[in-house]
Design a protein around this ligand. Structure first.
Ligand code: FES
Length: 128
């Protein structure tokens, strides 16, 4: 009797976890797709990594790249830069400054967000 109840609890927990995972994937993709409005962020080329709300701005080798700050595992906001890695606070995924996964559980690289530097070079226009 107890074995049956335990099995049912585990099965239900597994089903709920699966639907939460699918829901997160669907809603995060929707948010990424609908939040294509532009953001203007002051550009500090002397700083290698800048966290700006839902973006991570990386300056390296005289070029600037903007990544989505949403971890590709379950979408937590990446807000730590330790050593040479961008670290997700939720489950510890790590990315290098090219946005490539260095440590899971994430397996997809960070999304690159189109951007351009303003004419005066003082700002970066994200989503442009
Ligand atoms: S959400 Fe980032 S590692 Fe899980």
């Amino acid at each position: 009797m107890n074995d049956r109840r335990t099995f049912l609890k585990i099965a239900i927990a597994g089903i709920v976890a699966f639907f939460v995972f699918v829901w997160n994937k669907l809603t995060l993709n929707h948010i990424e797709a609908t939040q294509q409005n532009t953001s203007v962020v002051p550009l500090n080329k002397n700083k290698e990594v800048t966290f700006a709300d839902r973006f991570i701005i990386v300056n390296q080798n005289n070029s600037t790249t903007v990544f989505s700050a949403h971890c590709t595992h379950l979408g937590c906001k990446i807000d730590k830069y330790e050593g040479d890695r961008l670290v997700c606070p939720c489950h510890g995924s790590e990315y290098n400054l090219q946005g490539e996964v260095m440590k899971g559980p994430a397996y997809k690289n960070l999304n690159v967000i189109p951007s351009q530097i303003s004419d005066d070079g003082k700002n970066i226009i994200i989503g442009a």
